[in-house]
Ligand binder design. Structure first.
Ligand code: SF4
Length: 246
Protein backbone atom coordinates (compact mmCIF):
# COMPACT_ATOMS: atom_id res chain seq x y z
CA UNK A 1 0.00 0.00 0.00
CA UNK A 2 1.40 3.41 -0.89
CA UNK A 3 0.99 6.07 1.74
CA UNK A 4 0.98 9.62 0.47
CA UNK A 5 1.89 12.17 3.10
CA UNK A 6 0.75 15.67 2.45
CA UNK A 7 3.17 18.50 3.12
CA UNK A 8 1.30 19.34 6.32
CA UNK A 9 1.47 15.77 7.59
CA UNK A 10 5.19 15.68 6.86
CA UNK A 11 5.63 18.90 8.82
CA UNK A 12 3.66 17.57 11.81
CA UNK A 13 5.71 14.37 11.70
CA UNK A 14 8.95 16.35 11.65
CA UNK A 15 7.85 18.53 14.58
CA UNK A 16 6.95 15.36 16.50
CA UNK A 17 10.36 13.84 15.81
CA UNK A 18 12.25 16.98 16.81
CA UNK A 19 10.20 17.28 20.04
CA UNK A 20 10.93 13.66 20.89
CA UNK A 21 14.65 14.15 20.27
CA UNK A 22 14.68 17.28 22.50
CA UNK A 23 12.83 15.49 25.30
CA UNK A 24 15.18 12.51 25.09
CA UNK A 25 18.16 14.87 25.05
CA UNK A 26 16.93 16.68 28.19
CA UNK A 27 16.32 13.35 29.91
CA UNK A 28 19.75 11.98 29.04
CA UNK A 29 21.44 15.22 30.06
CA UNK A 30 19.51 15.24 33.37
CA UNK A 31 20.51 11.62 34.03
CA UNK A 32 24.14 12.60 33.40
CA UNK A 33 23.81 15.52 35.87
CA UNK A 34 22.27 13.19 38.46
CA UNK A 35 24.98 10.56 37.93
CA UNK A 36 27.77 13.12 38.47
CA UNK A 37 25.92 14.58 41.49
CA UNK A 38 25.34 11.20 43.12
CA UNK A 39 28.98 10.23 42.54
CA UNK A 40 30.06 13.52 44.11
CA UNK A 41 27.73 13.04 47.10
CA UNK A 42 28.86 9.44 47.68
CA UNK A 43 32.59 10.12 47.33
CA UNK A 44 32.49 13.54 49.00
CA UNK A 45 34.48 14.88 46.04
CA UNK A 46 32.82 17.48 43.87
CA UNK A 47 33.22 16.55 40.21
CA UNK A 48 33.18 19.22 37.47
CA UNK A 49 31.52 21.88 39.66
CA UNK A 50 31.22 24.54 36.94
CA UNK A 51 29.71 22.16 34.43
CA UNK A 52 27.41 20.73 37.10
CA UNK A 53 26.20 24.12 38.26
CA UNK A 54 25.41 25.30 34.74
CA UNK A 55 23.84 21.95 33.82
CA UNK A 56 21.70 21.65 36.93
CA UNK A 57 20.49 25.24 36.54
CA UNK A 58 19.30 24.38 33.02
CA UNK A 59 17.42 21.20 33.94
CA UNK A 60 16.81 21.71 37.66
CA UNK A 61 13.20 20.48 37.63
CA UNK A 62 14.01 17.21 35.89
CA UNK A 63 17.11 16.64 38.02
CA UNK A 64 15.07 17.09 41.20
CA UNK A 65 12.41 14.68 39.90
CA UNK A 66 15.06 12.03 39.16
CA UNK A 67 16.67 12.62 42.58
CA UNK A 68 13.29 11.90 44.19
CA UNK A 69 12.73 8.89 41.95
CA UNK A 70 15.98 7.29 43.12
CA UNK A 71 15.12 8.00 46.73
CA UNK A 72 17.35 10.96 47.50
CA UNK A 73 15.75 13.22 50.08
CA UNK A 74 15.10 16.89 49.41
CA UNK A 75 17.51 17.70 52.23
CA UNK A 76 20.31 15.74 50.56
CA UNK A 77 19.65 17.55 47.29
CA UNK A 78 19.61 20.99 48.87
CA UNK A 79 22.71 20.28 50.85
CA UNK A 80 24.47 19.12 47.67
CA UNK A 81 23.43 22.26 45.78
CA UNK A 82 24.81 24.38 48.63
CA UNK A 83 28.06 22.43 48.67
CA UNK A 84 28.28 22.92 44.92
CA UNK A 85 27.83 26.68 45.12
CA UNK A 86 30.22 27.01 48.06
CA UNK A 87 32.89 25.09 46.26
CA UNK A 88 32.53 27.28 43.18
CA UNK A 89 32.63 30.52 45.16
CA UNK A 90 35.44 29.55 47.50
CA UNK A 91 38.30 31.06 45.52
CA UNK A 92 36.57 34.37 44.77
CA UNK A 93 35.47 34.62 48.39
CA UNK A 94 39.01 34.14 49.66
CA UNK A 95 40.23 37.00 47.45
CA UNK A 96 37.84 39.55 48.96
CA UNK A 97 39.23 41.53 51.91
CA UNK A 98 37.40 40.91 55.17
CA UNK A 99 36.40 44.59 55.38
CA UNK A 100 34.17 43.96 52.39
CA UNK A 101 32.56 40.84 53.82
CA UNK A 102 29.49 40.42 56.00
CA UNK A 103 28.13 37.52 57.96
CA UNK A 104 24.49 36.95 58.79
CA UNK A 105 23.67 34.70 61.73
CA UNK A 106 20.07 33.60 62.19
CA UNK A 107 18.34 34.80 65.34
CA UNK A 108 17.06 31.26 65.93
CA UNK A 109 20.53 30.40 67.26
CA UNK A 110 19.95 32.50 70.37
CA UNK A 111 18.76 31.31 73.73
CA UNK A 112 15.04 31.29 74.49
CA UNK A 113 15.90 33.68 77.33
CA UNK A 114 17.86 36.08 75.11
CA UNK A 115 17.72 39.59 76.54
CA UNK A 116 18.80 41.29 73.29
CA UNK A 117 16.58 43.86 71.63
CA UNK A 118 15.90 44.20 67.97
CA UNK A 119 17.43 47.22 66.26
CA UNK A 120 17.23 48.43 62.64
CA UNK A 121 20.45 46.43 62.07
CA UNK A 122 19.26 43.18 63.63
CA UNK A 123 19.47 41.80 67.11
CA UNK A 124 21.75 43.72 69.47
CA UNK A 125 23.55 40.83 71.16
CA UNK A 126 24.62 41.66 74.71
CA UNK A 127 27.01 38.71 74.96
CA UNK A 128 25.07 37.54 77.99
CA UNK A 129 26.60 34.06 77.83
CA UNK A 130 23.34 32.20 77.36
CA UNK A 131 24.15 31.12 73.81
CA UNK A 132 27.18 30.73 71.58
CA UNK A 133 26.42 33.78 69.42
CA UNK A 134 27.95 36.21 71.90
CA UNK A 135 31.34 34.51 71.88
CA UNK A 136 31.63 33.86 68.16
CA UNK A 137 30.27 37.25 67.16
CA UNK A 138 33.19 38.73 69.09
CA UNK A 139 35.68 36.45 67.34
CA UNK A 140 34.25 37.24 63.91
CA UNK A 141 34.31 40.97 64.60
CA UNK A 142 37.93 40.69 65.74
CA UNK A 143 38.77 39.10 62.39
CA UNK A 144 37.15 42.12 60.76
CA UNK A 145 33.68 40.91 59.81
CA UNK A 146 30.56 43.01 59.95
CA UNK A 147 28.26 40.63 61.85
CA UNK A 148 24.48 40.74 61.85
CA UNK A 149 22.00 38.64 63.77
CA UNK A 150 19.13 38.64 61.36
CA UNK A 151 15.47 38.02 62.10
CA UNK A 152 14.76 37.50 58.40
CA UNK A 153 15.64 38.13 54.80
CA UNK A 154 14.25 41.70 54.75
CA UNK A 155 17.00 42.83 57.10
CA UNK A 156 19.60 41.03 55.02
CA UNK A 157 18.49 42.82 51.85
CA UNK A 158 18.45 46.17 53.67
CA UNK A 159 21.95 45.72 55.08
CA UNK A 160 23.31 44.59 51.72
CA UNK A 161 21.84 47.71 50.12
CA UNK A 162 23.26 49.91 52.89
CA UNK A 163 26.80 48.52 53.19
CA UNK A 164 27.27 47.04 49.70
CA UNK A 165 29.50 44.09 50.66
CA UNK A 166 31.34 42.10 48.01
CA UNK A 167 30.98 38.83 49.90
CA UNK A 168 28.50 37.36 52.34
CA UNK A 169 28.40 34.34 54.60
CA UNK A 170 24.86 33.25 55.35
CA UNK A 171 24.10 30.86 58.18
CA UNK A 172 20.66 29.28 58.28
CA UNK A 173 18.55 26.24 57.56
CA UNK A 174 18.87 24.43 54.22
CA UNK A 175 16.19 26.31 52.30
CA UNK A 176 17.23 29.73 53.68
CA UNK A 177 20.83 29.17 52.69
CA UNK A 178 19.90 27.92 49.23
CA UNK A 179 17.64 30.93 48.62
CA UNK A 180 20.31 33.24 49.99
CA UNK A 181 22.95 31.83 47.67
CA UNK A 182 20.64 32.18 44.69
CA UNK A 183 20.00 35.79 45.65
CA UNK A 184 23.70 36.61 46.01
CA UNK A 185 24.30 35.00 42.61
CA UNK A 186 21.64 37.26 41.10
CA UNK A 187 22.97 40.49 42.59
CA UNK A 188 26.60 39.69 41.86
CA UNK A 189 27.86 39.16 45.43
CA UNK A 190 30.00 36.18 46.34
CA UNK A 191 27.92 34.07 48.70
CA UNK A 192 28.95 31.23 50.99
CA UNK A 193 26.47 29.24 53.03
CA UNK A 194 26.66 27.33 56.29
CA UNK A 195 23.71 25.15 57.23
CA UNK A 196 22.53 24.86 60.82
CA UNK A 197 22.53 21.43 62.44
CA UNK A 198 19.03 21.79 63.79
CA UNK A 199 16.02 23.67 62.44
CA UNK A 200 13.55 25.60 64.51
CA UNK A 201 12.63 29.05 65.75
CA UNK A 202 14.82 29.16 68.83
CA UNK A 203 17.92 27.48 70.28
CA UNK A 204 18.99 25.93 67.00
CA UNK A 205 22.57 24.76 66.56
CA UNK A 206 25.38 25.41 64.16
CA UNK A 207 28.78 23.86 63.92
CA UNK A 208 31.03 26.86 64.54
CA UNK A 209 33.91 24.91 63.03
CA UNK A 210 32.01 25.04 59.74
CA UNK A 211 31.38 28.75 60.14
CA UNK A 212 35.03 29.46 60.89
CA UNK A 213 36.25 27.21 58.07
CA UNK A 214 34.48 29.59 55.72
CA UNK A 215 35.13 32.80 57.65
CA UNK A 216 38.89 32.24 57.71
CA UNK A 217 39.22 31.68 53.97
CA UNK A 218 41.85 34.05 52.63
CA UNK A 219 42.45 35.75 55.99
CA UNK A 220 46.18 36.40 56.48
CA UNK A 221 47.50 34.41 59.46
CA UNK A 222 48.61 37.57 61.31
CA UNK A 223 44.99 38.77 61.20
CA UNK A 224 43.59 35.62 62.83
CA UNK A 225 42.92 36.18 66.53
CA UNK A 226 44.03 33.50 68.96
CA UNK A 227 40.39 32.77 69.87
CA UNK A 228 39.94 31.48 66.33
CA UNK A 229 42.73 28.92 66.72
CA UNK A 230 42.57 25.38 67.98
CA UNK A 231 44.87 24.30 70.75
CA UNK A 232 47.42 23.18 68.15
CA UNK A 233 47.31 26.67 66.59
CA UNK A 234 45.73 25.57 63.33
CA UNK A 235 43.33 28.17 62.01
CA UNK A 236 40.22 26.25 62.81
CA UNK A 237 37.87 26.28 65.66
CA UNK A 238 37.45 24.18 68.73
CA UNK A 239 34.65 21.79 69.46
CA UNK A 240 31.31 23.22 68.56
CA UNK A 241 28.22 23.87 70.54
CA UNK A 242 29.33 23.49 74.07
CA UNK A 243 31.95 26.22 73.64
CA UNK A 244 31.39 28.34 76.71
CA UNK A 245 30.44 31.94 76.12
CA UNK A 246 32.31 34.62 77.86
S1 SF4 B 1 24.64 35.81 73.79
FE1 SF4 B 1 22.86 34.88 72.79
S2 SF4 B 1 21.25 34.95 74.31
FE2 SF4 B 1 22.84 36.41 74.97
S3 SF4 B 1 22.24 38.39 74.12
FE3 SF4 B 1 23.58 37.45 72.62
S4 SF4 B 1 22.21 36.37 71.25
FE4 SF4 B 1 21.03 36.81 73.08
Amino acid sequence: MVVNFTLWEQFVFLVGEVTLIIILGILLFSVLMVAISVYSIKTGKLMFPRFLKAGITMVEGTVKAIFRLIGLEDAEMLSFFIQLRNSMNKRSFAEIPVEERMIFLPQCLRSARCPAHLSPEGLNCRSCGQCSIGYWRGVLEKIGYRVFIAPGSTLIKRMVKKYRPRAIIGVGCLSEVKEGLELTDKIGIVGMGVVTLKDGCVETLVNWDDVMDVALLGIPSEQIPKEALRDDDTPHIHEFSSKPDN
